[in-house]
Ligand binder design. Sequence first.
Ligand SMILES: C[S@@+](CC[C@H](N)C(=O)[O-])C[C@H]1O[C@@H](n2cnc3c(N)ncnc32)[C@H](O)[C@@H]1O
Length: 409
Amino acid sequence: MLKKDLILIKEGLTEFYIHNIDQEAVPSKSMNVFYNKRMEINRDISILAINAYNELYHQKNLIIIDSMAASGISSIRMINECKNIKKIFINDINPEAVKLIKKNIKLNNLEKIPIQIEISQKDANLLFSEIATNKGKHSSETEKKPNVISIDPFGTPNLYTDSAFKALQNINGLMCITATDTAVLFGVRPNVCFRKYLAKPLYTEYSKEIGGRILLYFISRIANINKMGIIPLLTFYSGHFIRVFCLTFKNKKQISKSFENFGYIIHCKNCGYRSSINNSILKIPKECPGCRNRENLDYAGPLWIGRIHEINFINKMLKLNEISKINYKKRIEKLLTFAIEENNKPLSYFNLHKLSQILKLTSVPKIKNVINIIKQKGYQASRTHFDLLSIKSDLDISLLKKILIDTQK
Ligand SMILES: C[S@@+](CC[C@H](N)C(=O)[O-])C[C@H]1O[C@@H](n2cnc3c(N)ncnc32)[C@H](O)[C@@H]1O
């Protein structure tokens, strides 16, 4: 391909080429080489997460696998913006993508830097399995498994998770996984979710959180069968994807203890009651604890009911964000702050617009005011990064409805 068929664009401080014909295309599989400007925030957050991981878990000499690199923008930004990288595998199955990655490496003058860059055109599972077994070209790397693996597929990451865990460092490895099949995880296609993620989703006002928790549960179970457990560091929803950053551990007792994070959410479609249930499906009640209705009680799960973020980790990301030069700085600060606030709150959230509609209110009360009123009444309340029109609280939905009605008086 000639240079005139390429167009130069910029993300953060990094310039790179994409194909001219892809510039106006709707981001999809049919692009010559995939690029989605809307995923810039995903790459920004990944860079902050890798730098936070580096500082908090004292990882020197990072070995990173960017298993589905497309134009290579994420890898090149990592090289430019992350510290302590020793080696990076930049891989994509698409031959056009690999040609473009090579051009972008050259454009950024990265051919002769001390970081080892290994570009390949393989199925991600093959690459992971070669690295896990130290086969093929990677036999010189016998000393250490990769510390960081990024999986960023079209749709579900379910097919790659097992071999990725086999390749990753089993203590303090950082697994970064994106899922873009949000309709599946959010309950629009429940059977597909059950097939792909082994869990029943639920289409509700807080489906995004349920979807994130199903993804975490799935990743955790695949880690478990590889004799590892996971600690979720950040579980992040934006636009049309969920990205999970989690840390590995291999202590068997700790793995058994982490099963406490598995459970179910029950939800009444009649009155909106919701709560979580630890571990056993037998604990799901037959009637709604709120309105005693027996017909409309539904559930989601199994899913992750424990904490979905580590506060220390997010605080470190916030500090790094403050001094960074990334474009989405303000938006990331807001989302990470909401992630901290939501972390110790009950599962699920209440969408004020939807509730106001149901209650036929003439106007939607200000979210800040409602949070203050709930707190004054002695309950917990916060925003949530999953939905900027919603609040998390431990108060009962009937009481919340009363508060909303009272704001109109
Ligand atoms: C959503 S894009 C990745 C975007 C990229 N990470 C970025 O930040 O721009 C998915 C990429 O995965 C590649 N891909 C699809 N299946 C693959 C497989 N089995 N192994 C390796 N790469 C694959 C596609 O060619 C595509 O470039």
